[in-house]
Ligand binder design. Structure first.
Ligand code: FMN
Length: 237
């Protein structure tokens, strides 16, 4: 783990957790193999039910096969975003104002899907099923995906988890020869951020953390001093 900052102190780790934003714009810089190794190592250290470790990651960089895979998923990404843009009304309401957070988000997403073929690294996160699909099975793959994003953050890279493989799954499976018992759980893109990381925008923790009464904030559930909630949109509405 030569390139992993060491030792990682707990405050640094917590700062990293609170500033791992979705990164959708990347420089052209490739991610060196050694760094990819460290990022994927972090992913593979994640917990899973009974420690079965059913997660698998296919990593696409700059081969011809990678280019084709990125192109297939890019097609799915554009179709999904086009539908979401219309369904969630990104161009209406406050979205009509080009300076609004909604319009900014729409521009970011449009740029992301328009340039999807050139993302430096694409990771297909998979789950090898050993029983019938269950709503809980994602709990054995998504912690690994978050470890991957945190590992990238720790090493100066960034990324975002998406469901862009969804609409093109049959073509992807057949091109990559992925067996039927393997679920395609997520598409994650990674690269050197063109912008910067910063505090994530989330609701105050008092809205999200209850004590022993449903809906009742715990007395201690107050955002730590010095952290800002960053007012603004929390969802697509
Ligand atoms: C289950 C899940 C699905 C997501 N799907 C997509 C997606 O399809 N496309 C995308 O660009 N981002 C996707 N994201 C990223 C979220 O939009 C992002 O985490 C959220 O807006 C918070 O952004 P922030 O971490 O930068 O604050 C997804 C995230 C999760 C956890």
């Amino acid at each position: 783990m030569a390139s992993m900052p060491s030792p990682v102190t707990i405050p640094e780790m917590l700062d990293g957790l609170a500033s791992t934003r979705a990164i959708r714009r990347y420089t052209d810089e490739p991610i060196p193999d050694e760094t990819l190794r460290d990022i994927l190592f972090a992913a593979t250290r994640a917990p899973s039910g009974s420690n079965r470790q059913p997660f698998r990651f296919m990593v696409f960089t700059d081969s011809e096969r990678s280019a084709r895979t990125k192109a297939i998923i890019a097609e799915g990404a554009r179709r999904l975003w086009d539908a979401k843009r219309a369904d969630d009304g990104y161009d209406s309401g406050s979205g009509a104002d080009v300076a609004s957070p909604k319009a900014r988000m729409a521009r970011t997403m449009q740029h992301y899907v328009d340039h999807f073929e050139s993302v430096p690294v694409l990771v297909l996160a998979c789950l090898v099923r050993y029983r019938e699909p269950s709503p809980f099975e994602g709990a054995s793959v998504y912690p690994a995906c978050q470890n991957l994003l945190l590992g990238a953050r720790a090493l100066g890279y960034g990324g975002v988890l998406t469901g862009f493989q969804g609409l093109v799954e049959p073509e992807l499976r057949s091109f990559l020869g992925i067996p039927d018992e393997v679920a395609l759980s997520a598409t994650i893109t990674l690269g050197r951020p063109a912008g910067s990381h910063g505090p994530v925008r989330r609701r105050p923790m008092g809205d999200l953390v209850f004590g022993d009464e449903w809906g009742e904030r715990a007395d201690w559930a107050i955002d730590p001093e010095g952290t800002s909630v960053m007012p603004g949109r929390f969802g697509p509405a």
